[in-house]
Design a protein around this ligand. Structure first.
Ligand SMILES: Nc1nc2c(ncn2[C@@H]2O[C@H](COP(=O)(O)OP(=O)(O)OP(=O)(O)O)[C@@H](O)[C@H]2O)c(=O)[nH]1
Ligand SMILES: [Mg+2]
Length: 278
């Protein structure tokens, strides 16, 4: 399957809007999902940005394992990216982000531009773009309406006297490949029907087992006894009352419950993708 084929018309339109927006933007903040930093990156971003400054924000860090997020940050920084963690849960992330912008403003600013620096968030579907903008508007700033440079009814949100944020994010598509579809579907960045919800969930349980994190499942679903992924899936189906007939569980309903629990955080922090070793 080719990238882009997947979000047909709407993605082409979003890309065109993004190209237009980028003309008036100095700094791009790419949101990645901290649980799947690899799969949530856009494959074409380098070409889109050219020489524009670029920050990677590992978002939903509250759902990821802190130690692995730290390793991802080191990995990106070793590749000369600016990289920070973020979450709307936990005050430290916003403060860290704002003080980073303040400290680095001179480095982020293209030479010769004296007006406030203009930035925007970009990211794949469901990564949290709208949430983060609302959060920043609520927490950090006053809206700077009627600024020159308003495009198609968009507004600039003044974060500091020297920094403005476009109030509409740019929508990107993820790289669709054999190794990215399951991670993307697991975090809800792609509809589960494309793969099959029970397949996604079995894969996820296997990953919990491989990484020695099955304790997360045992905390959530009482009275599980250790076993294979299929075994655990079956036990969870039984305990949740997802029966088709005597002793036989409904795989779709069982998987639906487990996936919902994973996506809403009931299975605790879990990072799906780890960085290559440095
Ligand atoms: N745990 C957690 N969830 C978050 C965070 N930020 C956003 N979310 C959740 O992620 C989901 C998607 O958020 P949106 O802001 O709608 O994402 P989006 O990127 O605007 O999505 P599209 O507009 O569909 O492209 C929502 O359920 C949010 O509540 C965060 O920091 N932590
Ligand atoms: Mg949105």
């Amino acid at each position: 399957m080719k990238d882009g084929q997947w979000y047909p018309g709407s993605m082409a339109k979003a890309l065109e809007t993004l190209r237009q927006d980028l003309k008036i933007i100095d700094l791009v903040i790419e949101l990645l999902d901290a649980r799947i930093p690899f799969s949530s990156r856009n494959p074409a971003i380098a070409g889109l940005l050219g020489s524009k400054k670029h920050i990677l924000l590992l978002h939903k860090a509250d759902r990821a394992e802190e130690a692995i997020t730290e390793r991802w940050l080191s990995y990106y920084r070793a590749e000369n990216y600016y990289a920070l963690p973020f979450s709307i849960h936990g005050k430290k992330f916003l403060n860290q982000f704002l003080s980073f912008l303040k400290t680095e403003e001179a480095n982020l600013r293209p030479t010769r531009i004296k007006r406030p620096l203009r930035m925007m968030f970009v990211g794949i579907p469901n990564v949290g773009k709208s949430t983060i903008i609302n959060f920043i508007v609520k927490k950090a700033v006053a809206r700077a309406a009627n600024q020159p440079g308003i495009t198609r009814g968009r507004q600039w949100i003044r974060i500091t006297p020297g920094l403005e944020l476009l109030d509409t994010p740019g929508v990107l598509w993820p790289r669709i490949a054999e190794d990215t579809t399951l991670p993307l579907a697991a975090v809800g960045a792609m509809p589960p029907e494309r793969i099959g919800i029970d397949e996604i969930v079995l894969w996820l349980i296997k990953l919990f087992l491989e990484k020695g994190r099955e304790g997360n499942l045992f905390l959530r679903y009482k009275d599980l006894t250790p076993g294979s992924a299929e075994d655990l899936f079956h036990q969870i189906g039984l305990s949740q009352g997802c029966l088709i007939s005597e002793g036989k569980v409904d795989p779709k309903r069982t998987a639906g419950i487990i996936l919902r629990d994973f996506q809403n955080g009931s299975l605790g922090r879990f990072t799906i993708e780890e960085p290559p070793c440095l």
